[in-house]
Design a protein around this ligand. Structure first.
Ligand code: GLP
Length: 260
């Protein structure tokens, strides 16, 4: 696993975007996995800079989001479909027809989850998946205890996740369920780029990167991926034991492998 410790959020975004851009450059019609939350916003801003500068062309790319709340129509301002539209699709000028989000209010959710998996496969698989991390170590909405081989399906949100996400909703209502790509789906991506910011993520980042691989910390499955990059700021890195080694590894990267 590659771990890169950055001075600030802007640098996290720039380095994550560099890794993503090189993964996308490997195919003329690449597929990118999108995440919601605050963690990927700097990455989206850095990708937008590349699009605006003409160094990154996303017009032939296809996009698949990680997850969605169950029961929310896609027009709800708090739906992940709407969040992705607002934070990624519109600012980067991407064709909305090319952006897929799991359906939160399908008549037949199980069938809709299977169709989502089939659509990813039909697009040729995900070349690079962006990930955030929940304070309990979840990725997508794969809560602790999720099967490492899981595919897109519904999950119940933990009390901690509901509390973390309550700030987005009015008093008295926080969704209790979601549809999320499984850990097996995420692991099929060609490259994983996880970003984390702030002290609140430090414990989860340490468990994911240096703890035992365990369903109790779903993000720890990244240790089994051939091409996983974790980009964190100083606060999110604060509980890592091998910080000096990660800094050395980055400083000693050969010219061709430097992200920026
Ligand atoms: C939600 C999303 C995750 C995201 C996490 C962290 O639970 N389902 O995909 O990684 O929040 O969000 P943030 O980046 O805002 O801390």
């Amino acid at each position: 696993m590659e771990v890169i410790i950055c001075a600030n959020e802007e640098q996290v975004g720039r380095i994550a975007a560099a890794r993503i851009a090189s993964a996308l450059a490997r195919r003329p019609d690449p597929v990118m996995g999108l995440a919601t939350g605050s963690s990927p916003l700097g990455t989206y801003a850095a990708l937008k800079e590349r699009v605006d500068a003409g160094t990154l062309n996303l017009s032939n790319a296809t996009f698949f989001a990680l997850d969605e709340y169950l029961g929310l129509p896609r027009t709800d301002p708090n739906s992940y479909a709407e969040t992705i539209r607002r934070t990624f699709t519109e600012p980067l000028g991407v064709d909305p027809q090319r952006v897929h989000v799991p359906v939160g209010d399908a008549e037949d959710t199980d069938a809709s989850c299977e169709q989502y998996e089939a659509a990813i496969a039909a697009a040729g698989g995900i070349d690079v998946q962006i990930l955030g991390i929940g304070s309990n170590g979840h990725i997508g909405f794969n809560e602790p205890g999720s099967s490492f081989t899981s595919r897109t399906r519904t999950k119940t949100l933990t009390a901690r996740t509901r509390a973390d996400n309550a700030r987005f909703f009015g008093p008295g209502f926080v969704p209790t369920h979601c549809v999320t790509q499984g850990l097996g789906t995420i692991m099929d991506a060609g490259r994983l780029v996880l970003t984390a910011l702030g002290e609140a993520k430090a414990e989860a980042v340490a468990a994911a990167v240096e703890g035992p691989v365990s369903a109790m910390c779903p993000a720890s499955i990244l240790q089994f991926h051939r091409y996983a990059t974790v980009v964190v700021d100083e606060d999110a890195a604060s509980h890592l034991q091998l910080k000096d080694y990660y800094r050395d590894s980055f400083a000693l990267l050969p010219q061709g492998r430097r992200p920026v």
